[in-house]
Design a protein. Structure first.
Length: 245
């Protein structure tokens, strides 16, 4: 699994502007509100607890998290949000998976299709690229004096993690999606805080693009991420460090 999440570069790009952070918080807020609908108590709503952990790892303020939970009893009460996944191809044949949360399927499908088509990509059928990815629970944890490699190995064994890697200043821990919540509770019980905590699609292999194809692909990613209904975009392109930082 080494190198799969490319955490440093991805995190640097996601958080490089206040506007990008604000957009990320807006999308996380909707995810929290939808998870809280019907049961706003994370003690008894494991899905909500999982999303809150993801939001906290993204440095979402506690007050913002609380407001998002409150929305579940307010503006979202009469709306029916659906989680939909689209698959397709970007420039150069890159594999792309788009996770959305929407109350209007036709609008979202049209927006995603348009964003891809305008940048040399196209939507595909369900399953056309997902076989190239593994669905994994991921935790990124800061390496500290107190949390040395021996301790982390012990924690990973007790949490029944599938694998973990040791980077320069972080640990990356991988679990099955089914065991992710239990592993999260275990690490939290040990006082561990997360730099990243979510279930995500990790490509089995990366491809490289250059020139016009790389430019097209990056424009497509920007267009997709700007869509309100798009929660996450996963792909198998190894973006250059100088483009990501």
């Amino acid at each position: 699994m080494s190198g799969h999440s490319k955490w440093h570069n991805i995190q640097a790009k996601k958080g490089k502007t206040d506007a990008a952070r604000g957009a990320a918080f807006t999308k996380l807020g909707r995810e929290i509100a939808v998870a809280a609908k019907g049961n706003p108590n994370p003690e008894t709503n494991s899905k909500l607890a999982d999303v809150i952990a993801k939001a906290k790892a993204a440095n979402m303020p506690n007050d913002t998290i609380k407001r998002s939970i409150a929305k579940a009893a307010g503006e979202l009460a009469g709306k029916d949000y659906k989680e939909l996944t689209y698959e397709g191809y970007g420039a150069g044949g890159a594999a792309v998976i788009i996770k959305t949360l929407t109350d209007n399927v036709n609008r979202t499908a049209g927006d995603v299709r348009s964003a891809m088509a305008k940048c040399g990509g196209q939507m595909g059928n369900t399953g056309c690229v997902s076989y190239m990815f593994d669905n994994k629970g991921v935790f990124v944890i800061e390496k500290t004096v107190a949390l040395d490699e021996d301790t982390m190995m012990e924690y990973c064994l007790e949490a029944e993690a599938e694998d973990y890697t040791v980077e320069e200043d972080v640990y990356e821990v991988f679990t099955t999606p089914e065991n992710w919540s239990a592993a999260r509770r275990y690490f939290e019980g040990k006082g561990v805080t997360f730099l990243e905590a979510e279930i995500k699609m990790i490509p089995q292999n990366y491809i490289t693009l250059d020139g016009e194809k790389l430019e097209q692909f990056e424009k497509m990613l920007d267009r997709l991420n700007e869509l309100d209904d798009v929660q996450d975009v996963y792909h198998n392109v190894d973006l250059p460090d100088d483009e990501e930082e």
